[in-house]
Design a protein around this ligand. Structure first.
Ligand code: CTP
Length: 418
């Protein structure tokens, strides 16, 4: 299958977004927006009952395409065959219990289920329903059947459901659905990282002052984990060096846990010695306390005294990785979290940093108190040492991750991993 053409540095997929009739249908608008903003071409196929929740005009306006709902629309174009054949991915959001049942039993009683039978593309279902329906033996069997046929059925989230009740059955967050969709379509259509060993750092370092206090930062590790997940889905052998990350492990990646800059440096240099590409997404402390207090630092009773903590500089791991590549064509990528200031804007700082660090690509994103770190989304500009610049619009961290790998893959010259 050849993905839709577009920017040669970025893969543009044709996604068929099926929408079945549940209250969570409105959240499919956010999924559509996330995919479209990442540059993918989305067509929407709502069921008749989905249209009772979100109307045809909304889908047409958001996707920029006419919306078909019936096998009897445009019959001469044989839509129930054509739509599935043209898509790189079929994604159903939300997938109701009824839709899962009809798909599992091979029904073809509307355009969406007919398309699910005719498509040969990967299929992802994002279910949403009440807990009782999700846990019913019939739904459990239907989900198992669909999974046994190779479909991806995302686990629903736990939380508030329609009405006052809460439990398992909530539609996962739109960003998580987009991430799963992109990982699935990449895994099915592109194994451009197969045979390569890539190393990704994630999270934020901690420099201990005493046994209970440390200098840390707000990095959650989400962007690094999205990079690792995306690389696994594209066939790479992945080493993920995680600094103080509380997220679920990335299946298929070797995870090395670290705390301090010194640990991170050691782990990165070791893993990089066999890597074809290295991505430093971790937020690394530039300073550490000059000395560590073995016991907790106490206040001096009866005074206002506060201890002075003397700091020293840490090693610049990215600059060292760039300098000490095991071979000249190893690709090294850095991230730069910037805020503009009186010395220049975000991009000016980014270009200066790219030159100073000596890496091949620098992913520059603007951070502030309310953006970048803990959020599920990110926007960035990827600057190349060769003068290139690719803007990645605001969207899921998984979409940025795939664009980074698109840029890396274009620079790899052949795996040399042992
Ligand atoms: N980095 C690193 N070692 C450090 C500091 C940063 O490897 N001691 C890496 C980060 O992982 C990131 C890139 O360098 O990939 C840029 O990090 P950033 O914090 O934006 O830059 P700094 O070098 O710390 O520069 P400054 O804080 O002065 O802007």
């Amino acid at each position: 299958m050849t993905p839709a053409s577009g920017d040669p540095g970025r893969t543009r997929y044709r996604v068929l977004l099926g929408v079945s009739g549940g209250i969570a249908a409105y959240k499919a608008c956010e999924v559509l927006r996330g995919l479209a903003e990442a540059g993918h071409d989305v067509r929407v196929l709502p069921t008749e009952s989905a249209l009772r929740f979100v109307g045809e005009a909304t889908w047409a306006a958001l996707s920029g395409h006419p919306v078909s709902t019936s096998v009897f629309d445009d019959v001469h174009e044989v839509p129930h065959v054509a739509l599935g054949q043209e898509a790189d991915l079929v994604l159903v959001v939300p997938a109701t219990a009824d839709l899962l049942a009809r798909a599992a039993s091979g029904r073809a009683d509307d355009l969406l289920t007919s398309t699910l039978l005719t498509t040969r593309s990967p299929v992802v279902f994002a279910p949403a329903m009440h807990t009782e329906m999700w846990e019913h033996a019939a739904t459990v069997a239907n989900v198992a059947t669909l999974r046994s046929r190779g479909c991806v059925v995302i686990e629903p989230a736990v939380g508030r459901l329609t009405g006052a009740d809460s439990g398992k059955g909530r539609l996962p967050e739109p960003e998580a659905i987009v991430g799963q969709a992109l990982d699935t379509v990449h895994a099915a259509t592109s194994t451009d990282l197969a045979g390569y060993h890539v190393v990704v750092s994630a999270g934020g370092t901690r420099e201990y002052i005493d046994p209970v206090r440390y200098i840390g930062n707000r990095s959650s590790g989400r962007q690094g984990y999205a990079l690792a997940q995306a690389a696994v889905s594209r066939g790479a052998r992945v080493t993920l060096v995680a600094a103080n990350v509380g997220l679920t492990d990335v299946a298929g990646a070797d995870i090395v846990r670290v705390e301090s800059v010194a640990d991170l440096r050691e782990a990165m240099l070791k893993a990089a010695s066999t890597a074809d590409a290295v991505v430093m997404a971790a937020a690394v402390s530039d300073f550490r306390p000059r000395s560590f207090h073995d016991a907790k630092i106490k206040k001096t009773a009866g005074t206002d005294d506060a201890p002075a903590i003397e700091l020293e500089r840490t090693e610049d791991i990215l600059a060292e990785l760039s300098r000490s590549r095991r071979r000249p064509d190893q690709v090294v990528v850095g991230f730069a979290a910037e805020t503009g200031d009186s010395d220049g804007g975000v991009l000016e700082h980014g270009r200066a940093k790219l030159a100073a660090k000596g890496c091949d690509l620098l992913v520059v994103n603007e951070v502030g108190r309310d953006r970048g770190f803990e959020s599920e989304e990110n926007e960035a500009v990827i600057l190349g040492q060769d003068g290139t610049s690719v803007e990645v619009p605001y969207g899921p961290k998984s979409a940025l991750a795939h664009t980074v790998w698109d840029r890396v893959a274009g620079r790899l010259t052949g795996p040399t991993s042992p």
